[in-house]
Design a protein around this ligand. Structure first.
Ligand code: CU
Length: 260
């Protein structure tokens, strides 16, 4: 297995050097790809992942999630979602429930993930913090399949670069929550607490710029099984595409066959 890892890494190493050599070093500082797995908070039962491709001041955000609360008052359940910034760049632990009501509300999570930097609203709706609670501009229903391209403000760019940007998707089904879920929300008292509290959270991390590191990640993910299978598949897909483009995939296959 060790030999295969070397075979995988070796052709990509040369390619990575070529790619890096061809890239101008003057790109905007936040430029790159950021991603994270979204993990459940408050036993939401949901899961998901996010990719953010930043080029200059433009960002393309892809967010996929499943298992979220489906309906609210007989309509598709709105899930406001944001990039939070300006704190530790972490998702809150269970200790964050400082008032002990059994729910980590949005305010209690703030010491970990900070305030809203960017609102991941749909279409042309306000992407600033001011648009953060616009339920009409939020994705709705149990599954989110979100992709938008928009201008990213400086504060969010800075947070991405500093590693302190965290994606939070809000909105819990009160029926799945403790009694406190029906008490007034800390953000919008006219709504129940569960409606605005976090359901998913993930701290964004920049992905390696060169294919060299992507390849190392692939081998590690496939061999260790300690990372999510999906992460491994995504990285593997990127690797195969890159290697095929360079014509090295065929070479590797032939080498592997000869070794078998
Ligand atoms: Cu938020």
């Amino acid at each position: 297995m060790k030999n295969k890892a070397v075979l995988l890494a070796a052709p990509a190493l040369g390619l990575g050097l070529v790619v890096m050599g061809a890239s101008p070093a003057m790109a905007a500082h936040a430029t790159g790809t950021y991603s994270t797995t979204l993990n459940e908070i408050n036993n939401s039962g949901a899961s998901g992942e996010v990719w953010i491709e930043v080029e200059g001041t433009s960002a393309t955000v892809t967010l996929n999630a499943t298992g979220l609360a489906a309906e609210f008052d007989g309509a598709p359940y709105p899930h406001v979602q944001h990039i939070h910034i300006g704190a530790q760049g972490l998702c809150p632990s269970d200790d964050a429930d400082t008032n002990g009501d059994g729910i980590i509300n949005t305010t209690e999570g703030a010491p970990a993930y900070g305030e809203i930097g960017t609102t991941l609203s749909v279409g042309d709706a306000d992407k600033s913090p001011a648009g953060g609670l616009d339920l009409a501009a939020a994705p709705a229903g149990s599954t989110i399949d979100y992709e938008e391209t928009f201008e990213l403000d400086q504060a969010t760019q800075d947070a991405l670069e500093a590693g302190t940007a965290v994606v939070v998707v809000h909105g819990l089904d009160p029926a799945t929550q403790p009694e406190s879920g029906t008490s007034p929300s800390d953000l919008m008292p006219e709504l129940p607490l569960a409606a605005t509290s976090p359901a998913l959270c993930g701290a964004l991390e920049m992905q390696p710029a060169g294919w060299v590191d992507t390849d190392v990640t692939t081998v590690a993910a496939v061999e260790s099984d300690t990372m999510g299978a999906q992460v491994g598949f995504v990285a593997l897909g990127a690797t195969v595409l890159t290697m095929a483009a360079a014509g090295v995939y065929v070479v590797r296959r032939r080498t592997a066959l000869e070794n078998d």
